[in-house]
Design a binder for this molecule. Structure first.
Ligand code: ADP
Length: 281
């Protein structure tokens, strides 16, 4: 009997087959909308790219696709000769969004199976090429659509974004339970809109409280990845298609995201290593 490490490439952990050329697929999720999940997914993807990883982002938030706006992209993706969709590219990141493909009002009324088929197409019928990491911006919530997606996407792991107040954390807890149910590893929790520093008087105020997500992460036994403050600059740059990690990579806000990207990467480096396979000879 011998123990071998059969495959040097990290494997996805869900039941869904992997996507050729893509090493890691990471979901960014939230228990509810408006907590800054898309802004975080965008800047995190840029953080991976800043660390030198080949990165893509798939905006699977069919009910409110934000990545075109966050990346300042518009238009329709082209079709390659192999009849695959060509992702758009900005700031060194490949971007595909349901927002490029269908009218937002139409996607709003999609039911579970339609959502899943659109996402499967965007995962597998897009010419992503070779990627170290594909960040997937999932629709908020923990309903059937999200559960199916978590199950059918070959995820290395999931990151949950929450604001610090109790109500948001309650939803985040449901998100954590959902990923656990389908055996997707939780890479960690990010506290967004953590503190507000008044630009006029420099006073720091914890509008939604502070530290709630750190406590929650500890309670449920997942890594706490960091805090992102609530700032005008983040709001403005996001809404203007000038995400901070791309436009002010040396600034203090970009640093938060890059640090989080670094710790997620070191986490998946370890978690992605396949379990040894026992071969009986
Ligand atoms: P979600 O994807 O959870 O619905 P978004 O990323 O679309 O949330 O963010 C909702 C709004 O909050 C956007 O206008 C965005 O610019 C803003 N926002 C997100 N994170 C921050 C932050 N840390 N500071 C200030 N504004 C933020």
């Amino acid at each position: 009997m011998s123990v071998t490490h059969p495959h040097p490439t990290p494997q996805a952990t869900s039941r869904a087959p992997g996507i050729p050329g893509i090493k890691h697929v990471i979901a960014v999720a939230s228990g509810k909308g408006g907590v800054g999940k898309s802004t975080t997914a965008c800047n995190l993807a840029l953080g991976f790219a800043a660390l030198g990883h080949k990165t893509g982002i798939l905006d699977a938030d069919v009910y409110g696709p934000s990545q075109p706006k966050l990346f300042g992209l518009r238009g329709k993706p082209r079709m390659t000769a192999e009849r695959k969709l060509e992702p758009m590219e900005r700031f060194g990141v490949k971007v595909m969004s349901v927002g490029f493909l269908v009218d937002e009002d139409l996607a709003m009324i999609w039911r579970g199976p339609m959502v899943m088929s659109a996402i499967t197409q965007m995962l597998r019928e897009v010419a992503w090429g070779e990627l170290d990491v594909l960040v997937v911006d999932l629709p908020p919530g923990t309903g059937d659509a999200q559960l199916t997606m978590a199950q059918q996407t070959p995820l290395t792991g999931a990151i949950i974004v929450s604001t610090p107040q109790d109500l948001a954390l309650l939803d985040a807890r449901r998100g954590i339970a959902m990923f656990r149910r389908v055996n997707v590893p939780l890479l960690g929790l990010i506290e967004n809109m953590s503190n507000f520093c008044c630009p006029a008087c420099n006073r720091v105020t914890a509008i939604f409280g502070h530290g709630g997500a750190r406590g929650e992460a500890k309670k449920v036994g997942i890594p706490f990845l960091g805090e992102i403050p609530l700032t005008m600059q983040l709001r403005e740059t996001s809404d203007d298609g000038r995400p901070v990690v791309a436009t002010e990579p040396d600034g203090v806000h970009a640093r938060h995201y890059i640090d989080i990207a670094r710790s997620v990467w070191s986490g998946i480096g370890a978690a992605g290593r396949p379990a040894p396979r026992i071969i009986i000879e």
